[in-house]
Ligand binder design. Structure first.
Ligand code: AMP
Length: 365
């Protein structure tokens, strides 16, 4: 476990290493130190899509494989966060288990990683409150996700405004040292380090400052409007490919995807050719190859049909085992429940250890 003394934090010695952009596609290039704690979580807002997979969950699987045996790996289903986007109780209940099935179906080993439901570990909410009291509303108000999701509306919820503090509590509850996330979460991780510093300064040095690990794949964009990111909540569902999707449905969505009128070659040029570039980025991510190499591989493709057939084949192949495993797991709610119970117990043990220290250091015990 990384531990930093107050003076090291004040001098900013740990700042330089606060974000690691993993530019190599080979997971073995990620060096994870002994006794690290890797933490990440995903909201259960429906099945996972290609962006969640390349930007987050596949990196989770890679990290499980490269993390030393003495490290702790924790992956949460952030069901408390999911409540910031209104949904019915039945929907949330269903999504919580779909998310567990999705995580397991991508090949994450639940013995190596603790896979759990955030709401099953009440210490998250307790630490959230304590950290709220050392978090400034000015800093929270500058979060770009808050600005884009609230759209300046007075009726935006307090939960939506404050959820980055809960996110900080999620990470710090386990004294996490590395947090793999997509690019869009970097700002929240910066805030998390700031909140940890505030707590450490105000009370005793309690939390290590976690490093962000960014996925090697660039953000995956909407198939229908490549000026936006691919998202579960996109009203046009033809813009999003899910990891459990049938080959025919994938083929249909790629066929309808926005490209351009240049058809004699397919090159990576995000400004002038955003649709084509997004698909090249998808191939690069799935095949773990640099963009230039993908450009060479597709140099012989003669027209849009050949290009789109190729993209379809790459995605269908990648998700074949995931889809089959997901379909098997989702039929077995008892098994999924047992995995969650096991994960919740393991997570609670670590969380309670941290909270004993937090309560003592902050005067609550
Ligand atoms: P969310 O679906 O917003 O809960 O995101 C879960 C994780 O997936 C986060 O680490 C995001 O950064 C990542 N993610 C979500 N959408 C995309 C996307 N379109 N491209 C790359 N990563 C993404």
């Amino acid at each position: 476990m990384l531990r930093f003394r107050g003076s090291a934090i004040k001098k900013g010695l740990v700042r330089g290493a606060s974000t690691v952009k993993n530019t190599e596609f080979d997971p073995k290039s990620l060096h994870i130190a002994d006794n690290s704690t890797i933490y990440s979580a995903i909201q259960p807002t429906g099945k996972f899509h290609l962006g969640n997979y390349l930007g987050a969950v596949r990196v989770w699987r890679d990290l499980c494989e490269v993390a030393p045996a003495n490290s702790t790996v924790i992956y949460g289903v952030a069901d408390l966060h999911a409540m910031t986007i209104p949904k019915s109780a039945d929907e949330l209940r269903k999504f919580r288990y779909e998310a567990i099935a999705s995580i397991l179906s991508t090949g994450i080993d639940h013995d190596k990683a603790i896979v759990y439901h955030q709401s099953g570990v009440p210490q998250h909410a307790e630490l959230n409150w304590i950290l709220s009291c050392v978090s400034g509303i000015g800093y929270l108000g500058r979060m770009t996700q808050w600005k884009s999701k609230s759209k300046g509306s007075d009726s935006a919820s307090l939960g939506l405004f404050a959820y980055p503090v809960l996110q900080a509590a999620d990470i710090l509850l386990f004294k996490s040292t590395q947090v793999p996330v997509g690019d869009d979460q970097s700002q929240h991780l910066e805030l998390c380090r700031h909140i940890a510093e505030q707590f450490n300064k105000k009370f005793e040095n309690t939390f290590p400052l976690p490093t962000t690990i960014l996925a090697p794949t660039k953000k995956i964009l909407s198939l229908k409007d490549p000026s936006k990111k691919m998202s579960k909540s996109d009203p046009d569902q033809a813009s999003t490919i899910y990891i459990t999707e049938e080959p025919d449905a994938i083929a249909k969505k790629i066929k309808k995807a926005v490209t351009d009128s240049i058809s004699d070659h397919f090159s990576y040029d995000p400004i002038n050719r955003p649709g084509v570039s997004n698909m090249i980025n998808i191939i690069s991510g799935v095949q773990r190859k640099p963009i230039e190499q993908v450009e060479q591989d597709i140099a012989n493709l003669k027209d849009h049909k050949a290009f789109k057939d190729y993209v379809t084949e790459v995605i269908v192949e990648e998700f074949k085992p995931t889809r089959e495993e997901y379909n098997r797991l989702i039929q077995d709610p008892q098994y999924l429940h047992s995995i969650v119970q096991k994960g919740n117990r393991r997570a609670q043990e670590i969380a309670e250890k941290t909270m004993k220290e937090v309560r003592k250091n902050s005067g609550l015990d």
